[in-house]
Design a protein around this ligand. Structure first.
Ligand SMILES: [Zn+2]
Length: 73
């Protein structure tokens, strides 16, 4: 799992495909997710586990023509 709850109003997102430093988004769960999504973060499922990809990696994959499940919120 690559999204960690730090407190009731801050969530840390880290990328599952590179070692980029985690980013912290503030707000409740949905606001934080919305912010992350607006920044280019994407969530996708691997089996039953949610994984996340940072904007950089999402960009690369988009160029290759692959798409990921968009974060709902
Ligand atoms: Zn990445």
């Amino acid at each position: 799992m690559s999204m960690r709850k730090l407190s009731d109003n801050s969530f840390e997102y880290s990328c599952d495909s590179c070692n980029r430093k985690p980013e912290i988004y503030f707000g409740d769960f949905h606001s934080a997710m919305k912010e992350a999504k607006a920044d280019g973060w994407r969530a996708y499922k691997e089996g039953s586990t949610w994984c996340h990809r940072c904007p950089e990696c999402t960009k690369e994959r988009t160029v290759l023509g692959k798409s990921f499940t968009k974060i709902k919120g």
